[in-house]
Every structure is written in structure tokens, then in C-alpha cells.
Write a protein that binds this ligand. Structure first.
Ligand SMILES: Cc1cc2nc3c(=O)[nH]c(=O)nc-3n(C[C@H](O)[C@H](O)[C@H](O)COP(=O)(O)OP(=O)(O)OC[C@H]3O[C@@H](n4cnc5c(N)ncnc54)[C@H](O)[C@@H]3O)c2cc1C
Length: 260
């Protein structure tokens, strides 16, 4: 089975992350960049399916030049090849544009039947790109998946949301987005790291991919960040002395916050 994994390079969640003052897009130079952890799990799931059933795993990313590092990590885990779309025109692209672009790239991977993505990236957190890709491609979508099974041309999944677990079944081709419970991703081995250096990475511009500049970028985005302000520093909180009325005061505080 040929599987595509969508991977995104994001600012390390341990770093100080911020937006640029100029256009409120991500200040990529302000933080270390890493392969999003949820995408490590997506790669792991693809590798488990490949190891059980054969086939090929292709990773796709849309991101700046340094996203190559994220690709190399996925390849060193065991993915076979990669497509990297990198073009200044992509700067500031919204989730809708991103989904359209990624759907176009999925269409270039021969025999791709299954796309695995993270359920939500740790920077944008739209949690919408995989579902939009499924819609664009006309493929089945199984999102927020914590358990996945591929049996012939049938995909079965446990979908976990705040309201419960749903058991899903669909026919391939399908787009699956996974949550953090899906698996524990492997560490790349030394052999894997060395092998990754020789694996094919196809680096494309939007022109190479047949994407018009008017379809992408901040100027053409469907949504725009108009204003951004840093989070206010944490306050010390309110201290309640228990003089016999502590319980009432706590209850009054919670009512005031509309928490009870
Ligand atoms: C600082 C900042 C500023 C932003 N400013 C704007 C703005 O001004 N206007 C605007 O419209 N949008 C803006 N965005 C949203 C940004 O464009 C989205 O992050 C992007 O479109 C994809 O959404 P997401 O990562 O939240 O997707 P999600 O749906 O949360 O991602 C889920 C999964 O989809 C896959 N995926 C998502 N993106 C990629 C990718 N590039 N390559 C490969 N796989 C991918 C991954 O598997 C990922 O785990 C901003 C985001 C940030 C972080």
C-alpha cells in the first residue's frame, strides 16, 4: 500500500514563540524548528502499516527551506521518500490554501491510497487541514483517530472526541488524522539516519507543482490575523483566608467566573 504522510515543521513548543510585528505571521527565526510531534506519530503509524503489509511511505511537507530537517527526521524513522514544496509565495497561506496545495501534491504520488496526518498542528492548531484535503480529493475522512486498522481495502478506526468514541469504517482511498494516543513513535536509529541522507527528496516550487501564485500566500488568504498581542503575564491569583467562610468565598469566586 502506498501511504502519504503529511508532516509539518513547527516551532518547538519549549521555545518562546511569537508572531512577526510586520504581518502577524509566524516568526520562524524566533524559535527552534522541529518536526511536529503529532506528525512523528503519523509517520510511525504509516511505517507500522508498511511493515505489516508492504508498500511505500512518502512524506509531504509545505514549508520553508529549513523544513528539510523535518523531512530528514521522517526519512530517518523509515519513510522512503519525500516531496518538499518550498516557495516564498506560500508565506502566510491559510488553512484552506494549505489543504488545496497538499491535495494537489498527494495527487502526484503514484498509487497513493491512504493519507495520514496529525489531527492538529501545534502552531496553527486549525485542526481542519486533513478533513479539507479529504473533501477536495473526494476521499473518505477518518479524523481524530486513536486506533487504526487497514484490512485489504477497508479502513477501521476508533475516533475519539470530547463526547466519546466512535467506531468508523471506510473504503480506501482515505484520509486519516491521528491523535496522540495512536502510538509511541520510534527514535531514528543510527542506520536510519545514515540511510535517510540518500533517500530521494523532490523539492518543488509552486510552478513545478502547477500551482498559480494567485491561489496561495497571505495576500490571497481566506483568513487574516488583524491584530496580535502577547499574553499578559500570570497574576499571583486571589488568596482566600479560611476564617470559617472560606467555602462560601471560593463558591462566590467560582460563580463570579461563571465556572459554577
Ligand atoms: C503564527 C501563525 C500565523 C498565521 N497567520 C495566518 C494568517 O494570517 N492567515 C491565515 O489564513 N492563516 C494563518 N495561519 C494559519 C496557517 O496558515 C496554518 O497554520 C496552516 O494553514 C495550516 O493549518 P494548521 O497547521 O493549523 O492545520 P491543522 O489542520 O491543525 O494540521 C493538521 C495536520 O495537517 C497537516 N499539515 C498542516 N499543514 C501542513 C503543511 N504545511 N505541510 C504538511 N502537512 C501539513 C499535518 O499533518 C498536521 O498535523 C497562521 C498560523 C500561525 C502559526
Amino acid at each position: 500500500m502506498n501511504i502519504v504522510v503529511l508532516v509539518k515543521q513547527v516551532p518547538d513548543t519549549w521555545s518562546e514563540r511569537k508572531l512577526t510585528d510586520a504581518d502577524h505571521t509566524l516568526d520562524r527565526d524566533s524559535a527552534d524548528a522541529v518536526l511536529d510531534e503529532i506528525n512523528e506519530r503519523a509517520v510511525e503509524e504509516a511505517l507500522l502499516i508498511k511493515e505489516a503489509q508492504g508498500g511505500e511511505v512518502t512524506v509531504i511537507t509545505m514549508g520553508p527551506d529549513r523544513a528539510t530537517d523535518a523531512i530528514r527526521k521522517a526519512l530517518s524513522m523509515g519513510a522512503d521518500k519525500a516531496v518538499h514544496l518550498s516557495d516564498p509565495a506560500l508565506h502566510g497561506s491559510c488553512a484552506v490554501q494549505t489543504a488545496k496545495v497538499l491535495a494537489t501534491l498527494v495527487g502526484t504520488v503514484e498509487g497513493a491510497e491512504l493519507v495520514i496526518a496529525g489531527n492538529e498542528s501545534t502552531d496553527g492548531r486549525a485542526g481542519a487541514v486533513p478533513a479539507m484535503i479529504a473533501e477536495i480529493l473526494g476521499w473518505a475522512q477518518l479524523t481524530q483517530v486513536r486506533k487504526l486498522e487497514v484490512d485489504g481495502t477497508t479502513v477501521r478506526a476508533e475516533r475519539e472526541t470530547d463526547t466519546g468514541i466512535a467506531n468508523l469504517e471506510a473504503s480506501l482511498p482515505a484520509v486519516v488524522s491521528v491523535n496522540e494516543k495512536i502510538n509511541e513513535p520510534r527514535y531514528p536509529s543510527f542506520k536510519g539516519i545514515m540511510a535517510a541522507k540518500k533517500k530521494p527528496v523532490s523539492t518543488l516550487t509552486i510552478a513545478d507543482a502547477g500551482i498559480d501564485a494567485s491561489e496561495v500566500g497571505l495576500a490571497n488568504a481566506t483568513t487574516t490575523v488583524l491584530e496580535a498581542a502577547p499574553k499578559p503575564p500570570r497574576t499571583a491569583g486571589q488568596r482566600v483566608e479560611d476564617d470559617g467562610t472560606g467555602g462560601t468565598k471560593v463558591a462566590e469566586f467560582l460563580v463570579g467566573q461563571k465556572l459554577i
